[in-house]
Design a protein around this ligand. Sequence first.
Ligand SMILES: C[S@@+](CC[C@H](N)C(=O)[O-])C[C@H]1O[C@@H](n2cnc3c(N)ncnc32)[C@H](O)[C@@H]1O
Length: 351
Amino acid sequence: MPTKPTIESFKQFREIVYSFRVSRIIFSALDLDLFNVMGHREWAIPQLAKRLKVSTRGLHILCRNLASVGLLVPALGRYRTSAIVKRYLQKESSEYRGDYVRLMHRQWDEWSRLTDVVQTGVPFDSQEPETPEYRESFTWAMHHRSQEPAEQVASQLSLKSARSFLDVGGGPGTYALAFLHKNPKLQATVMDRPAALEVAKVLATQSSLESRLSYQTGDFINDKIPGKYDIIWYSNVLHIYSPAENLKVFRKIKRALNPGGRLLIQDTFLENPKGLRPLETNLFAVSMLLYTDTGNTYPIQDVRAWLQKAGLSRTRLIKLKKGTGDWEGQILEARLPVPTSVPRRIAPRSI
Ligand SMILES: C[S@@+](CC[C@H](N)C(=O)[O-])C[C@H]1O[C@@H](n2cnc3c(N)ncnc32)[C@H](O)[C@@H]1O
């Protein structure tokens, strides 16, 4: 994608339209499982073509292009995989991002159904019930996506006086675990669907923070949010739902906060006044159109208005260090006031 994605000339139009080609060569490499087949060896094209059962001409051009974007390294007519590929795209790496890459890969076909979805306004898979396998793989993808931002966010938000933390729609619990790691006195709960919580349990076991994490199975749109918490974390959930649904959740969250408790919302927000930027936030709304019934992306001002309606009026925007955190590095905080104590009635002095 060009650095300035506005189209003001036919040349820019062409550049933007053709930016799909880089994604396409990467997806063809993934279709062929090329990065895993190559492993750590150096390959001559005819030898690799034989192994992959593809044409030498096709593979030659594909590999040259993969090298031109830095995924392969050319070496005297041969190719080997780059450090990035070895680290994130090969199964044997401990940092393999397989589920997240598969999620991106599937989107090639799914985004091709956009015209139908714009016509109907209904997600393309609305007739297909979600399977636990899909939810589990999606949850791993969320973990792969959130690992780095979670650490950065947890080290910049002070939760010192908090003791209890609820991660609403917390999926793999990546954020809950990062906050537990930074705040030794904190106990956390992840609320999500059963298949997502299975992933959270695996990660908690691996982290040695298991004893401070608990799990709440439930649907926070249709069920209550049980318990009382000092902090409620609502990350990457806002965009899945409509304004009315978010308002409903904020009301439940208000009831689940201790006095003085804080709701922290992390998401991608549109910039006012026109809501045309950031482009990434607008593109994300397209994903919501494809995959959800009512999701969208919103300006912060709208979210503040819903919070106020829900009785969470003390809001502030926390800005993280540039280039850190998820999205644009902003967290919207809403605090439940501590009730001021009712003045004691003083009985009139009898004369
Ligand atoms: C996009 S993921 C975000 C995961 C995590 N909070 C993060 O920031 O990485 C949204 C999560 O919300 C969960 N979720 C969405 N709607 C839900 C609902 N109504 N009840 C329970 N969980 C829900 C999904 O299962 C998923 O794990």
